[in-house]
Write a new protein. Sequence first.
Length: 181
Amino acid sequence: MTLRLAHSVVYAQDLDLMIDFYGRVLGFAVTDRGPRGGPGTPDVVFMSQVADEHHQIAFAPTRREAGPSNSVNHLAFRVESLAELRALKAHLDADGRAQGVRGVTHGNAWSVYFEDPEGNGVELFLDTPWHVRQPQVVPLDLTMSDAEIATWTRATFASAPDFGPLRDYQAEQARRLSARR
């Protein structure tokens, strides 16, 4: 099984500075932005250069100190199937060194989050067939079958903002991103 790095979430002190730098200097576009913990909490900003990645990098305005980088929230690795996600979660549970192992869904992804033995955040995930405006976090029961997870996810997020087929979202992002070049 191969894990592929997909995105990083970075703690930031100045969101506007980071958006400007990553947008103007490195060519990323803001793909989503919203309150991290609900209304009245600071925004998380999601950015990407490619249409098939909702975000390649995200910024959370929670960095407390300047200086040497201590600001990566988590690393994310894409897996190929729910079966692989379940197998990896079982392996993490059996190994016992990862802390806080938990299944979640964002509506647009099915994920397992945990902290490695040194406390670094890691996400293992695969895309769902849908796009949902982010951020969204709902606990996911990986003991359900693939069909049950798909049905439950659709029912859970169908009324969420911007819910729709992932391929439609990716086509719109391709159009938006190509217009920026």
